[in-house]
Design a binder for this molecule. Structure first.
Ligand SMILES: Cc1cc2nc3c(=O)[nH]c(=O)nc-3n(C[C@H](O)[C@H](O)[C@H](O)COP(=O)(O)OP(=O)(O)OC[C@H]3O[C@@H](n4cnc5c(N)ncnc54)[C@H](O)[C@@H]3O)c2cc1C
Length: 495
């Protein structure tokens, strides 16, 4: 298994990343990415820590591997996977949406039911199994790009499609596989991943066969480039002013492939529109990866709750009953998401071949609740903060400059907090709630699983409608539906 240092070294592999017009040579040293790369590396180092190792590392037949590659066979295994995600989320405060346990769940879930990948003329089950073993053995970190660019989706579901936008598709073949070209959005964490999973989680139209490829590629594959949005650390003011933007910006990149060769052994679906989407739901892939989403969300809400407590203490409002009430409300939200996580384990599903899976309906419902409530939770914290964040001086040089330091120390202190401590707290709060980074997180929490109607569709699909409708149908059948002669008599009289 890799150490943090080895993980960082492995990212220096000649990958192509553009930040605006600049080509980023090395994410481990570039000011826009390096601090976040170290935050990812910390997740690898944590495995050496006796507090975390028992959960982060699993063993089978003498082989040690990351617990997110564990194929769960029991409730205990699901708890182990969940605890592993919780530790990763706690170490990154829920701010790394695509931590390695996320896409690690895709390949693990797919490899639990490889036979399903043998369909029609294609036999891809061995590809799935071998690739899973390859990831597990080499301790790989995967990112994914499974949404076609806007304007290229099934017109029946998403409005008109457009030929102008070059969605990623197969454009030809060669002796060893197929050639793909085009664009996919939006590979979060790809700048820090070893491999990229390309696929389709949104519905394609029946005639979009060439786009229905699912494959995996090393991030440094020739012809593959990542186009990063603004890297917050690059434009920020460093740790004190922007602690979260600096250290936990996982990056989001559009993926461009220009005549990229995909070897046969790295293809999981081809020429099958429905199955290219079905792989996520007809295997445990989506459920294993997205349990992480709830666990990670909880860690972020825990951070927000703690921040709300400290901010109100610092402002001296913490004893006000209405303020306490808001803090208690936030605490209830955090407890609720904890219960939603437990429910996914408590109601786990038994699968064929002795495998177990998180309860899918609870998992989607939990994510739906989270997507709908993130803004509301942020808004409560914002309410508590008042103008506090904006009364802080522009930057911490005020504490060093001879002309300002004494006045700053005297006037910005209060309620047992020094001026510097207060400023540190409020800068962090703003980074979580109000900064560019914070805005991106609000968008992430809304869209990482697709737009809301797609998430609701997942909940509907996993609902057992027979069980839901049964009691009502029984009730309807339980009483007499003959019309009483008295009612008929009254109706005749009235006419
Ligand atoms: C921060 C962030 C990180 C992401 N990370 C990843 C990642 O790691 N990997 C990945 O593959 N993808 C990622 N995504 C992309 C994500 O998959 C897409 O954003 C998501 O699928 C939604 O697609 P869209 O953004 O094109 O929005 P659209 O699908 O265009 O939807 C936008 C809005 O249009 C409206 N709308 C569109 N169609 C309909 C309809 N039929 N009915 C009703 N309303 C409709 C709704 O209001 C909807 O909210 C990420 C997105 C964000 C914002």
């Amino acid at each position: 298994m890799l150490t943090g240092t080895q993980y960082l070294e492995s990212l220096r592999d000649g990958r192509t990343i553009y930040l605006g017009g600049e080509k980023v040579d090395d994410v481990t040293s570039h000011p826009g990415f390096s601090a976040s790369a170290r935050s990812f590396a910390r997740l690898w180092d944590a495995r050496q820590d006796p507090r975390y190792r028992p959960w982060l590392v699993s063993e089978e037949d003498g082989e040690s591997f990351a617990s997110y590659y564990l194929m769960p066979r029991s409730r205990a295994d699901l708890e182990r996977r969940s605890r592993c995600s919780a530790i990763i989320a706690e170490l990154s405060f829920g701010l790394l949406g695509r931590s390695p346990d996320f896409v690690g769940g895709y390949i693990t879930g797919a490899a639990m039911q490889p036979d399903r990948f043998d369909r029609g003329e294609h036999r891809f089950s061995e590809n799935v199994t071998r690739y899973y073993e390859f990831c597990r053995r080499n301790d790989l970190n995967l990112a994914h790009a499974v949404a076609p660019p806007q304007g290229t989706r099934d017109p029946a579901r998403f409005g008109r499609d457009s030929e102008d936008v070059p969605t990623l598709r197969v454009i030809g073949d060669y002796d060893g596989g197929v050639i793909v070209s085009g664009m996919k959005m939006l590979a979060t964490g790809a700048a820090f991943a070893h491999e990229l999973w390309i696929g389709n989680i949104l519905p394609l139209a029946p005639d979009q066969k060439t786009a229905s490829i699912t494959c995996v590629l090393p991030v440094n594959t020739p012809g593959l480039s990542l186009w990063s949005r603004k890297a917050y650390a690059f434009y920020g003011q460093g740790s004190f002013e922007n602690p979260l933007s600096t250290h936990f910006d996982e990056s989001d990149c559009v993926v461009i492939c220009q005549e990229v060769k995909v070897p046969w052994e790295r293809i999981f679906t081809l020429d099958d529109v429905a199955w290219s989407r079905g792989i996520y739901f007809d295997t445990p892939a989506h459920a294993l990866s997205n349990h992480q989403s709830s666990v990670r969300y909880r860690a972020k809400i825990q951070l927000m709750l703690a921040l709300a407590c400290r901010i109100t203490q610092c402002m001296g409002t913490d004893k006000v009953p209405a303020v306490r009430d808001t803090i208690n409300h936030l605490s209830a939200q955090e407890a609720l998401i904890a219960a939603l996580i437990d429910g996914q384990i408590q109601g786990h599903e038994r699968l064929s071949d002795g495998f177990a899976c998180f309860n899918r309906r609870s998992m989607y419902a939990s994510i739906y609740w989270a997507t709908q409530n993130y803004d509301k939770i942020c808004s409560r914290v914002r309410e508590l903060m008042g103008g506090s964040v904006l009364q802080m001086p522009a930057d911490i040089s005020v504490a060093a400059a001879p002309e300002t330091s004494a006045l700053f120390a005297a006037n910005w202190a209060g309620n047992g907090w020094s001026a510097r401590e207060r400023m540190k707290l409020f800068k962090l709060a703003w980074d979580l709630i109000g900064s560019d980074f914070a805005g991106r997180h609000a968008q992430y929490e809304r869209f990482y699983m697709g737009p809301a109607f797609v998430v609701r569709e997942h909940v509907g699909r996993e609902t057992d409608w027979n069980t839901t409708l049964g009691p009502l149908d029984e009730l309807l059948a339980s009483y007499d539906d003959d019309v009483s002669p008295e009612l008929i008599g009254r109706a005749i009289e009235a006419t």
